[in-house]
Design a binder for this molecule. Structure first.
Ligand SMILES: N[C@H](CCC[C@H](N)C(=O)O)C(=O)O
Length: 262
C-alpha cells in the first residue's frame, strides 16, 4: 500500500491525525473535504482535528491545525502538545522547542516522554458577564460555572450558547466548569467539531484564568489542577496588573497508532 503516512495522537482524549509535511505536501491546505473525511469516525480515521507539521524558517516547525469540519481553526492547545510529542518522535526536536502556530510563536517542554507543557499566549482581556466569562486563549472560550459538570448535557447546552444570536456567525467553544476540592473539573463543547470533546487545551486554560478572576484575582504565580473527561491536566500562570502571562498548559500527549491513508 502506498498512501499518505499518518500518525494518530491523543492528549487527554482530545484526538488528532498528524501528517509530517516537511518533505512532501501530502495534504493540500485548501482540501477541506479530504480533512473532513479523514476526521470522520465512520468514513475516515476519526479525530477531533488534523494537524500538519511543516518546516518554517526561524522555528523548529510550524503547526497547521484543522478542526474536524475541515476548516483551519484557531489555536488548539492539546493539538499543540501532541504536535510537540510528534516532533520529538520524528527527531525534529529534543526536550524543548520553539514553534509557530496560528496565534504566534510557542515554547514547549517535554518533561517525561508522555507529558508535554506548552506555553500559551498572554491574556489581557476577559469579559465578565452574568454567570459567564468570555476570553481568548488562542481560541475563543465561553466559561460557565456550574455545580455539577456530570449533570450537564454538554452537547445540548453547549449548542444553545454556540448558536445563540451573539455567537452564531463566528461560533465559540463552551466550557462547563465546576470547582472541586483542589481545582476544577471542565467539560467542553467545541466549535468546528460541533460536539463535546474529552478535553480542550485552550478551553481548560480559559477556565483556569476565569476561575482565578472569580475568586478575586490575587497577583502572583498559580497552578490549577484540572480534571477533564479524558484525564488530568494542569495550568500554571502568573497573574499581574496587566492580566495573565507565563501561561502553561500541561498534560499527557500520546501516540496511539500509525498507518497509511489508502
Ligand atoms: N481542542 C482544541 C481547541 C480547538 C479550537 C477549535 N475548536 C476552534 O475554536 O476553532 C484545544 O485543545 O485547544
Amino acid at each position: 500500500m502506498q498512501g499518505i503516512p499518518f500518525y494518530k495522537y491523543q492528549g487527554a482524549g482530545n484526538d488528532f491525525i498528524m501528517v509530517d509535511q516537511r518533505d512532501n505536501q501530502w495534504i493540500n491546505r485548501e482540501d477541506r473535504e479530504l480533512v473532513e473525511k479523514l476526521c470522520h469516525r465512520r468514513f475516515g480515521i476519526g479525530a477531533d482535528g488534523l494537524i500538519l507539521l511543516q518546516n518554517h524558517p526561524g522555528f523548529d516547525f510550524e503547526m497547521i491545525y484543522f478542526n474536524a469540519d475541515g476548516r483551519e481553526g484557531s489555536m488548539c492547545g492539546n493539538g499543540g502538545r501532541c504536535t510537540v510529542a510528534f516532533a520529538r518522535q520524528l527527531g525534529v526536536i529534543g526536550d524543548r522547542c520553539h514553534f509557530l502556530a496560528v496565534d504566534g510563536p510557542h515554547d514547549a517542554n517535554i518533561n517525561n516522554p508522555e507529558w508535554v507543557e506548552l506555553k500559551m499566549i498572554d491574556v489581557t482581556q476577559v469579559e465578565e458577564g452574568s454567570n459567564f466569562y468570555y476570553l481568548n486563549t488562542g481560541s475563543p472560550h465561553y466559561i460557565a460555572f456550574v455545580d455539577n459538570v456530570d449533570q450537564i448535557d454538554v452537547v445540548q447546552e453547549g449548542r444553545a450558547v454556540r448558536y445563540n444570536a451573539r455567537f452564531r456567525a463566528e461560533g465559540t467553544n463552551v466550557n462547563f466548569t465546576q470547582l472541586t476540592a483542589n481545582g476544577l473539573k471542565v467539560a467542553t463543547y467545541e466549535r468546528g467539531v460541533e460536539d463535546e470533546t474529552l478535553a480542550c487545551g485552550t478551553g481548560v486554560t480559559a477556565a483556569a484564568l476565569a476561575y482565578h478572576l472569580k475568586r478575586g484575582g490575587p497577583k502572583g504565580a498559580f497552578e490549577v489542577p484540572i480534571q477533564v473527561k479524558g484525564g488530568d491536566m494542569a495550568i500554571r500562570f502568573e497573574a499581574t496588573a496587566q492580566g495573565f502571562s507565563d501561561v502553561w498548559l500541561c498534560g499527557p500527549a500520546k501516540m496511539v497508532f500509525a498507518g497509511e491513508i489508502a
